[in-house]
Design a protein around this ligand. Structure first.
Ligand SMILES: Cc1cc2nc3c(=O)[nH]c(=O)nc-3n(C[C@H](O)[C@H](O)[C@H](O)COP(=O)(O)OP(=O)(O)OC[C@H]3O[C@@H](n4cnc5c(N)ncnc54)[C@H](O)[C@@H]3O)c2cc1C
Length: 419
């Protein structure tokens, strides 16, 4: 436990990647660093990351890296200048953990286990003599005359301190400990919180009269999202059907914008183009060829050459064409209807999955209230923010964790060095 008398120079709240890195960096300048975490262990969300493999960063160049953030990415320039992907990779290498680069520059530990990342951080906390207080919940800040003066613990104790780094994370996957506490304290101490929304989240489809082919992954398809007659976004990539709708890399990447349109009460439809490389004309010619070559075969067997069987069944059900119709009996009208579905399989988006299920929280402490050179609050002296609780978010690919590590590093250093 932390005694009432503790006059620590710096208290860091939250032992996720941002808080652990803040503590490690701060301890290089001052011996008095306390890291408070309400769970019994650090890095609960980090352990889940990258499906348990932890896609810790991305090995692309700074300008490409910044493009993968939503509008606010430029805010991170100073943090990335201090501590970027090369430094993060080196940090782990120096401590005996080799990282490897996979497709699309995604960086993972060679062990393929996020636990190895957490282990290195835990060991370093010990080595750096950071005082860790696990199973301790902070429940408020003490601010006097525009300066931080302490943190209040759930036990009622107040720990007096003149520098506090908040690293309490966002609000999703709350069972890991990220319950938005820091956002609440930031708001209570006069900071603006930009609206909290889900990011990197799957989409629910309005019920159709067929069962979605759950688990079916489709590569190189185009998703075309539209509202009314207006196409609003269209990109090629990989998706997966789930029991409730659609997910997968392309859906997650586009989901933030779609979530905003849904919040704006727009009715959104999605069309899946299963053959984006072929024009309608080319596709119709290909069908004609197949139907001629395989004239005596059942239609479902012919279409299997173009689509997974589970989708063929859904197609033929939707078009009300019997699966055993012979290819040479398919009418021109039916052929055109098949092309229509192949080029634009239409589904209505009902909503996003709940905020709780999103991989990332969009919104958070407004960047107008944070100095990007130090991560210090512009409203409360001695208070610093880092990690997912600030209003930056990015695509999948290791960008969010790098942002947490980099902002943590900068916040820890700034808090330790400020007078
Ligand atoms: C399923 C999943 C997979 C992901 N995979 C990846 C990936 O592969 N690559 C990537 O870049 N990003 C990934 N992310 C996102 C990434 O994990 C987060 O952005 C990152 O963990 C945020 O770090 P943080 O330190 O800001 O917050 P968190 O990791 O959320 O840590 C916050 C900590 O603060 C503690 N805390 C909160 N309130 C209090 C309190 N009142 N008192 C004391 N302690 C408190 C919490 O218990 C928690 O330990 C993934 C997210 C999810 C949900």
């Amino acid at each position: 436990m932390i005694s009432k008398e503790t006059m620590s120079r710096i208290i860091i709240v939250g032992a996720g990647p941002a808080g652990m890195m803040a503590a490690i960096r701060a301890s290089q300048f001052t011996p008095e660093v306390v890291l408070i975490e309400k769970n019994s262990l650090p890095g609960n969300k980090l352990l889940l990351s990258g499906k348990g493999r932890c896609n810790i960063t991305n090995n692309c160049e700074l300008e490409d890296f910044l493009k993968r953030f939503s509008a606010n990415g430029q805010f991170l320039r100073d943090a990335f200048k201090k501590f970027f992907n090369r430094e993060l990779i080196e940090f782990f290498r120096e401590r005996g953990l080799v990282l490897k680069i996979e497709r699309q520059n995604r960086v993972f530990p060679e062990t393929d286990r996020s636990a190895s990342i957490v282990e290195v951080l835990k060991k370093q906390l010990v080595k750096s003599r950071v005082m860790t207080a696990y199973n301790v919940t902070v429940n408020g800040l003490q601010v006097k005359a525009g300066k931080i003066s302490g943190v209040r613990l759930e036990s009622g104790e107040v720990v007096h301190v003149d520098k506090v780094v908040l690293a309490t994370g966002g609000v999703t996957y709350s069972f890991t400990g990220s319950t938005g506490d820091g956002l609440f304290w930031a708001q209570n101490s006069g900071h603006k919180i930009t609206p909290i929304r889900p990011g990197l989240v799957a989409l629910e489809i309005r019920k159709e009269n067929f069962k979605l082919p759950e688990g079916l992954t489709l590569k190189n398809i185009r998703l075309r999202f539209s509202s009314g007659k207006k196409e609003i976004i269209s990109e090629i990539g990989e998706m997966v059907f789930t029991d409730f709708g659609i997910s997968g890399p392309l859906v997650l990447t586009l989901s933030g914008q779609i979530a905003d349109w849904i919040l704006d009460k727009l009715k959104i439809r999605v069309e899946i183009d299963f053959k984006p490389a072929l024009s309608r004309e080319q596709l119709e010619n290909r069908l004609l060829r197949e139907f001629n070559d395989l004239a005596r075969k059942n239609l479902d067997n012919v279409l299997k050459e173009l689509l997974p069987l589970s989708l063929v069944k859904i197609f033929l059900g939707r078009l009300k064409i019997p699966a055993d119709k012979k290819a040479n009996q398919v009418t021109q009208q039916e052929r055109k209807a098949i092309v229509d579905l192949l080029k634009g399989f239409n589904l209505e988006i009902k909503c996003t999955r709940p905020l709780e299920d999103a991989m990332i929280t969009r919104g958070g402490v407004s960047l107008k209230d944070i100095d990007p050179r130090t991560m210090e609050s512009r409203r409360v002296k001695g208070l610093y923010f880092c990690g997912e609780m600030i209003d930056v978010d990015a695509d999948t690919g290791g960008f969010n964790l790098q942002a947490a590590f980099s902002t943590g590093y900068l916040a820890g250093e700034s808090a330790a060095l400020s007078k």
